[in-house]
Design a protein around this ligand. Sequence first.
Ligand SMILES: [Ca+2]
Ligand SMILES: [Ca+2]
Ligand SMILES: [Ca+2]
Ligand SMILES: [Ca+2]
Length: 625
Amino acid sequence: MEIDSGRRPGAAACLRLAASALTLFLCLGSVSAQDAINTATVTAPSGITDPNPGNDTATDTDALLTPTLVVSKSGVLDADVVAPAGVANVGDQIVYTITVQNTGTGPATGVSMNDPLLASLSCQIGGSATALPATLPASQSLVCTGTHTLGQADIDAGSVDNTATATANQVCRAGLDPVCSATANTVVPQVQSLGLAKSAAVLSNDVNGDGLINAGDTLEYTVTATNTGNVALSAVVVSDGQLTPGSITCATVPAGGTCVLTGTHVVTAAEAQAGQVVNTASVTSTEVPGPTNSNTVTTPVVQVPALTLAKSAATLTTDADGSGNITEGDTLSYTVTLTNTGDIALTSVVVSDPQLTPASANCASVAVGATCVLSGTHVVTAAEAQAGEVVNTANATSTEVPGPTNSNTVTTPVVQVPALTLAKSAATLTTDADGSGNITEGDTLSYTVTLTNTGDVALTSVVVSDPQLTPGSTSCASVVVGGTCVLTGTHVVTAAEAQAGEVVNTANATSTEVLGPTNSNTVTTPVVQVPALTLAKSGATLTTDADASGNITEGDTLSYTVTLTNTGDVALTSVVVSDPQLTPGSTTCASVAVGGTCVLSGTHVVTAAEAQAGQVVNTANATST
Ligand SMILES: [Ca+2]
Ligand SMILES: [Ca+2]
Ligand SMILES: [Ca+2]
Ligand SMILES: [Ca+2]
């Protein structure tokens, strides 16, 4: 069916209804205030024979007042109902105003309104609410409002078209009158946009268990891309090169929907050094090429400065005494190594060991994993030798690890070298028994025997002995290095020593550390020998009484004994005891010991002269070497 409204000659307005077999014109004739004359004419279509042409026209003349309705409609988008404001979202509204104006001369009754898009209408006439259907007087307007809530289909379509249709009893009758309708086309602007937000880092693997974010720890981030527009976006890619995985692709994200990348990041040494992890993600889509960047998330990293300090064992560099082992005076070398075991560089590093030369090493900065090394030497002291070890601990300080941090303690055994000397003084004549002014038998000599600790360790249970002295020994519980233990004693020169012509004297010492015995120097003291003898002659014994007179007379034989006694302190040698009046006249002793004798026994015949003299006078003598 075709509908054509327009004027026709002789009519105020006509409505042409055309069907395949019939065209019908409904025309409203000219009207006045009092009547309406309406003439209807039917014309047979071409090819149709009108069997009764006389009834093709009818005219009705009525005296009436006629309403005329004019419908208009407008729609206004309210994009602020649902956030975000200004963007049309599902739930936002279009507010429609439909106005039916009665431009005719008479009231329209049964005025009603149909708008399939609007669930309910709120209407008023002349400012007063009214229900439908209503009577609309001439020159009045029926104003109805209603809202349409946007659906995604509306937004996807980009606009909403809808038509309101008014009906009344007199006009706008469905199927009879020209349609009293108005269509509103309301544009719904499409917005294509993406928002991207990154969560704060969550510590998901605390490698060192300290509850803090440090190098090596794993952080987890959630990067959320949100479709902040009002239409679906496709091929949404959320990326963050610092995360694992580094991206996610969502084929389609509806308006308001999200595409979420959850990834992890292991805090690097560089980030620890910098003290923070700085992280920005991005998103793109087919519709929003972008990239759109996320907020930048800065995560503080707790720095863990740390160091270790290790000291090497001592190396014997200079073996001063050539002993092949570590002894007093030897030079040891040590290496003290600081290693940066933390996750940031250490600055103003000082490695110290006051026992070494040089005593410290300075490093302005030591990178992670790098070292600062002090190499120095140490000469073993007497005290260390006494202690039997060198005990040595280094330390280190830095700006980041103020410390001091001590190294391992290195204990180096020192081989102790106990040693002593024993010296004996020359003899001093203390008591000159015989007043001879020199050292002779029976004189008293004094000696001093001095033990000196010449080693590098104290000597204990020291005994200095000399059996020839009185006292024969002295004991010292302990003799420090360089100290002495002195035996002072006296000795009376013996006969044997006088015989020998000297006092030969050697002391000795023992100690726990130097078992010994260690002998002193031998002191030989000359003894002045005092050779002496006595010569005694016995009285004559009448051996042969030649004249048998019974007394000593001429011709009698007398016997004598001449005894040499060694009364000195030295043996007498080549001793000859002689008496020329005796027969034999002498005797010789090769050696006569002290106290020993050399005896001449001989006889003598009284001579005439002796008889004449009345006596025999007889003197013996002796010689010796
Ligand atoms: Ca909105
Ligand atoms: Ca940690
Ligand atoms: Ca040595
Ligand atoms: Ca003397």
